[in-house]
Ligand binder design. Structure first.
Ligand SMILES: [Zn+2]
Length: 447
């Protein structure tokens, strides 16, 4: 077979010659493998020699000396906060939020700022191997326009908070505004899925939370919230409602498979069980939790209980970057030192969390997350021919403990090459950085 040209499978892009980490059910690895893509889907995965015979591709991408794998999923960020990166560090969460972040947002967050800051975030994420991210912020229409331009895939949530927000000055209509966002973006783009993000139990009343969840349920979209991030939140929620944050959500009936809880640091064994049985997803954000001294989430217990957990960086003001390779390294090491057990949070578990765990929490696990025919084509190509990655015994070990975002050479999202040889093709990086310097100058002049 394969000798008659007219019997060959046609493809738009053939990636060949690299080591394939398929992350499929059998965890197949092809030493010299290939992936054929037609439109936005993977159509064939096999040994390079077989594909070369059987596939007629319009474009070839030589991945010799590289690792080819599904793209990473950043389950929690506030992309537009790249404009506040490094503005206020080394402060407790509540002081950081109320004295620096909320006032800076009130003065500077507008459509322009959100557009350019989100575009910058997408460039940073593409350059470090993230293909899908889950976002929550204000002026989310502007974020959606930036994501459209970048070529990335994202779940984008309009933020809801019970005080005047930059884009919704009257908090009485905050849920209405978020609902309008859902309607504007539902079914508008195959790469953008709308969502609502209620900031927290201490900034949103029970009525706000219930109305927001109802809007999400009506349209079958994801409801997101920061939950049990630190001790101060725990105490404040207990004082006001007589319940711990997660108990509060459970009592309001807000936990189900279409709810995504960010952080879940201060959760006890009973609450972990509640998360597992409800099917709600959790984003684990170790670097943000460390930087804000929020605490250490009980990740090993959550995974053992069967909670759906993905990995996120959180916003750039509390991390301060969007590099999922650094986040994986931290997620693997934090729990070892915290519990004195080097077997916890293994490299394989962390890679699964940064790919399939995130997708499961987003309800996208059937469409993405492994290299097999029929899946949407979101892939990254990592350059292994470098001193810190030579030799390679076990791909997941290198990905978590040795590789960094800058090792990602090419990125394909929805079947389209958005970065080739470390050149982002979808966005002009120089233009974005020039705009961000202007925005930074304006913010600095008002400090
Ligand atoms: Zn956050």
């Amino acid at each position: 077979m394969g000798t008659h040209k007219d019997r060959k499978m046609t493809a738009d892009l053939l990636i060949s010659g690299g080591t394939l980490l398929t992350l499929n059910e059998n965890n197949d690895i092809f030493e010299v493998g290939g992936v054929a893509i037609a439109g936005n889907r993977i159509v064939a995965v096999d040994e390079t020699s077989l594909l070369a015979e059987n596939v007629d591709a319009k474009q070839d991408l030589d991945a010799s000396g590289c690792l080819v794998m599904p793209g990473l999923i950043n389950l929690h960020t506030h992309a537009a906060m790249t404009c506040f990166r490094g503005l206020a560090d080394d402060l407790p969460l509540q002081e950081w939020l109320h004295q620096y972040i909320f006032p800076a947002e009130a003065s500077f967050v507008g459509e322009e700022t959100v557009y350019w800051s989100t575009l910058l975030a997408t460039v940073e994420m593409i350059r470090s191997g993230t293909t899908t991210f889950c976002d929550g912020y204000f002026y989310e229409d502007a974020a959606a326009r930036a994501v459209s331009a970048s070529g990335m895939r994202a779940v984008l949530a309009q933020g809801v908070i019970d005080f005047p927000a930059p884009d919704v000055p009257d908090p009485r209509v905050n849920v209405k505004a978020a609902e309008a966002f859902l309607l504007r973006w539902q079914d508008k783009s195959s790469r953008i899925t709308p969502s609502i993000f209620c900031h927290s139990t201490y900034t949103c009343s029970p009525e706000t939370l219930l109305r927001a969840k109802e809007s999400c349920s009506e349209l079958g979209v994801l409801f997101q919230i920061h939950v049990a991030e630190n001790q101060a939140e725990l105490e404040e929620t207990q004082d006001r409602f007589g319940r711990r944050p997660l108990e509060h959500l459970q009592a309001l009936g807000l936990l189900d498979a279409r709810t995504l809880c960010h952080h879940a640091v201060r959760v006890n064994d009973g609450e972990i069980e509640t998360l597992a049985t409800s099917g709600a997803g959790v984003s684990h954000n170790p670097e943000s939790n460390m930087k804000l001294a929020s605490g250490v989430a009980p990740l090993p217990k959550m995974l053992a209980a069967g909670v759906i957990v993905g990995l996120g960086t959180d916003g750039c003001a509390s991390n301060n970057n969007l590099d999922m390779f650094q986040e994986m390294d931290t997620a693997a090491k934090l729990h070892k030192v915290h519990q004195g057990d080097p077997a916890l949070s293994s490299a394989v578990e962390v890679v699964a969390m940064a790919t399939q765990g995130g997708l499961a929490a987003l309800g996208m696990a059937d469409e993405l997350g492994c290299l097999e025919p029929g899946r949407k084509a979101d892939l990254i190509v990592i350059d292994l021919e470098q001193p810190h990655l030579t030799p390679m015994y076990e791909p997941c070990s290198h990905l978590v403990y040795a590789a960094r975002g800058a090792d990602v050479r090419d990125v394909i999202i929805d079947g389209r090459l958005v970065m080739r040889e470390r050149q982002v093709l979808s966005v002009s990086e120089d233009e974005v950085m020039a705009k961000m310097r202007e925005i930074g100058d304006a913010i600095r002049s008002k400090q």
